[in-house]
Design a protein around this ligand. Sequence first.
Ligand SMILES: [Zn+2]
Length: 718
Amino acid sequence: MTPTQALQKYFGYSEFRHEQEAIIQHVLNSKDVLALMPTGGGKSLCYQLPAVLLNGLTIVISPLIALMKDQVDSLNIAGIPAAFLNSTQSADEQSRIITKLNSNHIKLLYLAPERLFGSENKLVQFLKSLPVPVAQIAIDEAHCISHWGHDFRPEYLMLAGLKDHFPNIPVIALTATADKLTQKDILEKLNLKSPAIFISSFNRANITYRVNPKRNSFDQLLDFLEDRKDESGIIYCLSRKSVEALAIDLKAQGYLAEPYHAGLDNAVKARNQEAFLRDDVKIIVATIAFGMGINKSNVRYVVHMDMPKNIEGYYQETGRAGRDGLESAALLFYSPGDAIKLKSFVSIDGDPVQTQIMLSKLNDMAKYCQLPTCRRQYLLNYFDEQAPNHCNSCDVCLSEITKFDGTLIAQKALSAVYRLKERFGSTYVIDFLRGSKNEKIREEHKELKTYGVGKDLSKADWQRYLRELVALDYLQFTDTEYPVLKLTSKSEAVLKGWQKVDLIATQTMEERPTETLPFENDLLSILKNTRRDIALQENVPAYIIVSDAALMEIATYLPQSLDELRFISGFGDIKLARYGREFLAPVKIYADERGLNSQISKKSKKRERKVKTERVSTPRSSDTRMVSLELYRKDKTIAEIAAERGLSASTIESHLSYFVQSGEMDILDMVPEGKIPAIKDAVENYGADRLAPLKEVLGADFTYGEIKAVLGWMNRNQ
Ligand SMILES: [Zn+2]
């Protein structure tokens, strides 16, 4: 089998992305590789695909148990035998896996580094003694080995011994974040043999970056969520307390939100994470403890209620949005106070060098939040990548910025700071400028000439201008607990009128009009239900079956046969054989009743990411089910409705069974009473996950509509 054939067969794609193919070729040629790819860039494929082709076991080193479970589930679903060994497993489970390893029945084994090298290398010795030797070693999240990285894990240092034990086995190290120092460190510490280094673009083009001032941030958040009610998102807060509080507030607003932080019970954490993965919970409010290893591909947004500690963390966290390649959003609420508060957090006791590294990373993060220029460019430059000045999908690029001569405003602000002897924070300075009668303003300050010179501007305007003046370095905040405004070396020139200051006049957030996705909207919901049913049966999260992007492609191109379904991204041979018919059935019904044809010929080659412009049809807003119900309520029979609408009776039955489940219709209107026990029996014996087997068992006397109606009725009565 060639790599391309394996790509189609197991992963369901016809083309490689970025440098995947070259990386894989190197591994297959037994060469060491360091691969730097952004989150969602298709990293794991680089070792999973060789694992399939190589004769022997691939060991995957991974830092977190959650990560392992997710990947192992995905692989098994795709027909690649994989397993992990860790402390959560019973002795029985572990010995079962050992047996399988001995008989060469596992292609990939996931391990934490301490597991591999613990108990005096017992496992290493075992792996070395396997009848079919180890063929590849992959080290995921390889930056964890470096002090220079933001996520240093001492146990990763054990991996230095890898090459001693497995000198001739190709090692592939992968990471989603690595600056030059970290890169160098990874190579040295792992002792790789003249490795090939691959650096992919870190750009996540489908993510729009925004930073908003942290003011009424909860209201701003509600605004943001208003348009995203049915979508999955992660909201990060700095402290456990604010995580808990925000989750409660969001629930009170009717959102399906759950908290996640290290202080919660393991059982609660596992339950909340699982519910999120299965789309039962839409929002996870979390500390950074959440997300590493979460492969959920349809996270549509990531919000930071507080500033993160470094760009690496921020980029990784925002990178959890839009792994399926669809449009996603990253929103951060920033206040200068956060940057100051974080300083104590990033300090590492007794390690001034490491502390300095972390402080400088914090500083870069604060800079990002105050950028007057393209945020994507800054992020990419941070990862040593060139980028154009304008990305057209960050708040800076999307806002229409007109500048005006703000010298007078700047002079007023600077002179207020000067007159107040550089001893007050922005709130006081603004009240003073606006001539507030507030008793907090000291009497002697009310005598000053500058008092009230800024009456003509609102508080919000002043806040904006002060922030801008800080960003432009004409003012600065102190690093103290209560930040105080001070002049800078650039202030004098402004005060004396030597320096003109341009300020931003209007900052209208001109959003791009949301593109209407040209796909069959109703069909997409039906397909999601189908996927959910399969996922429940397989006991894995829905996105592991197939991605949202794949369902969207189906709802766009309406494949009519297994051969056509093969053109949909993510449908490899195994998935096609296992689930193809189940996804095809609703598409056929849907297309038949509307007289739609397959559009598959318009589909270009499938890659792991789809291109927006590939979509060809338009969404339907009218709910066809409702039309059927309305006619039914006018006392028409199913046959009459079918005739009137030019649809088949079974289609009308499907429509109506939906309302049986919702309780708007009686089951006896749909199914003769005598048939119900037989259908119920079949469901109880064969499960409710798949319709086709039920139909087969029940025979020609029963329609799909009747079976669905009984299922709906049973669901309702559960
Ligand atoms: Zn931009």
